[in-house]
Design a protein around this ligand. Structure first.
Ligand code: ATP
Ligand code: MG
Length: 489
């Protein structure tokens, strides 16, 4: 909210539609801003040069001087003025160009009053907090994100995500345990790192253990360590991850997959601040902050007695529920830009963006693999792209192709790329499991599991998700098949 104690900030609103100007004038006046309106870019430019403003909000598509032309001219006249563009879904690509050209941010229509208010608040926060920081880059990486070199940039323009980043940053310097809940690929580990590198523990270790990736006994010795001779094969002493993370942060990935007897041991560490090495004679003091992650419904795991309720309360001091990408699609253009830049650097390519059709396809996709899936798709597209912009043909969006093969196929240019998808992929042998009547359920299960693993290039987690089983169950099945002599990567 614009502060009442100082002179109200003056905002210029430019839109050719009467009702938009009216609605924005009402919303922003109520929030304490001094509002002036203009009906197109040319009219806006006149007003901008004749008076002094703190920010401009402009529509992108207007009959006389659109938002892009206005942006260029306004920047020439008043180089420091922060400009926010309002855009319809169809013009989101242009909005991304506008950001590159120096706009502060864009908001997608329709939007709620809170969205425009919080965007303006961000402008004025940056103006007062970071005078030296150019406004154009600040919307990509919030100032708080850049707390530390190793602190990751969490790219988002979603309000809910920004609230979570603020919460994570605020609790970083405490020792409170954090439970990060979200689907695979939503950025849970990024949050864990933000918490570690944003707090006082940053100079000690950040140690990550995936509770689903190891068989029970190995997980136990990984976490707690052992003394020489603690069991057959314990040829020397091993320091456990708790000790390694002493003074720092221990990330326990997929905590719900931790066997119940280890949950009891974990609870003891949390309550007493001590670990017992296997075969050790005395407990060792440790000071560890736990960030646990899960992609499961914890309440359900508790109900099914797979997860201890008392441990849940210990871990869930600060809950961070990360929304899936499909619930924050406004993040897609920004993430795409970020990943294109990343993979341009890595592959020495010079891809400048995505075609309108490409962006439409990305916006329409369901993203069950969330940001990781988007990153993979952009990486592949950048590698195979032979022109300046990524086309739908480069993007290889499984779901889209499988869901409606015909129209997509006609849109995609015919290429000789081995990686380019075929429209009939859904029926291709590698996507199907053939069973003859008479096959046992056990055999059918085996074939399905092996083929799914192959499809996921050996990624256990993704395969387990596709199969609708836990990673632990999948791991047990793999073990069983290996014992039958089947080679699994
Ligand atoms: N908001 C974001 N901005 C930039 N990169 C992101 C963002 N979210 C995720 N990523 C990237 O996507 C990938 C997956 O993120 P991360 O490993 O944190 O997900 P996760 O939720 O821990 O996944 P999993 O459940 O599979 O372990 C990483 O490469 C990460 O850098
Ligand atoms: Mg992770």
């Amino acid at each position: 909210m614009a502060s009442a104690s100082t002179t109200p900030k003056k905002v210029l609103v430019i839109d050719d539609e009467d009702h938009m100007r009216l609605a924005l004038r009402e919303t922003l006046s109520r929030a304490g801003y001094d509002v002036v309106t203009a009906f197109d870019g040319a009219n806006g430019l006149n007003k901008l040069t004749a008076d002094s403003f703190d920010a401009v909000i402009t529509d992108l598509r207007m009959p006389v001087m659109g938002g892009m032309e206005f942006l260029t001219k306004a920047q020439a006249a008043k180089p420091t003025i922060p400009i926010v563009l309002m855009t319809a879904y169809a013009t989101v690509n242009t909005a991304v160009d506008a950001m590159k050209a120096g706009a502060f941010d864009y908001i997608m229509k329709p939007f709620s009053p809170e969205v425009i208010e919080s965007t303006l608040e961000r402008i004025f926060q940056y103006q007062s907090a970071a005078v030296s920081q150019p406004a154009a880059t600040s919307s990509e990486e919030t100032a708080k994100n850049a707390l530390h070199d190793k602190s990751p940039a969490i790219i988002t323009k979603n309000q809910r995500m920004q609230d979570l980043i603020n919460l994570a940053t605020d609790v970083a310097s405490s020792s409170a345990n954090v439970l990060v809940n979200g689907e695979s690929g939503t950025g849970k580990e990024l949050f864990a790192r933000l918490i570690h590198y944003g707090g006082d523990r940053r100079n000690k270790n950040f140690v990550a253990v995936n509770c689903a990736a190891l068989p029970d006994n190995l997980l136990e010795s990984e976490l707690f360590g052992y003394e020489k001779g603690a069991f057959t094969g314990a040829a020397s002493r091993k320091i456990g991850k708790f000790e390694l993370a002493d003074g720092g942060t221990l990330l326990l990935d997929e905590i719900t997959e931790m066997p119940v007897h280890l949950q009891a041991k974990l609870l003891r560490v949390l309550q007493e601040g001590e670990v017992d090495r296997l075969g050790g004679s005395r407990p060792i003091e440790v000071d560890v902050r736990i960030v646990a992650t899960t992609n499961r419904d914890m309440q359900e795991s508790i109900r099914e007695k797979e997860f201890r309720e008392d441990l849940f309360y210990r871990l869930n001091v600060i809950p961070l529920p990360i929304p899936p990408l499909r619930r924050r699609k406004e993040d897609i253009p920004m993430l795409v830009e970020h990943f294109i830049a990343k993979y341009n650097r890595k592959n020495r390519k010079n891809v400048s963006g995505v075609t309108r059709e490409g962006m439409d396809a990305l916006m329409a996709h369901e993203w069950h693999g969330n940001v990781r899936e988007l990153e993979n798709i952009i990486e592949r597209a950048v590698v195979i792209c032979r022109s300046e912009t990524l086309t739908p043909g480069n993007l290889f969006l499984h779901g889209t192709l499988l869901d409606n093969p015909a129209p997509q196929a006609s849109q995609s240019p015919v290429t000789s790329d081995a990686t380019a998808p075929s429209a009939t992929e859904g029926e291709s042998p590698e996507n199907s499991v053939f069973v003859e009547v008479g096959t046992s359920v056990h055999e059918m299960e085996k074939r399905l599991i092996l083929q799914t693993l192959e499809k996921c290039s050996g990624n256990r987690k993704q395969a387990a998700e596709m199969l609708g089983i836990t990673s632990r169950t999948l791991l047990n099945k793999i073990k069983e098949y290996r014992e039958l002599g089947i080679h699994i990567e």
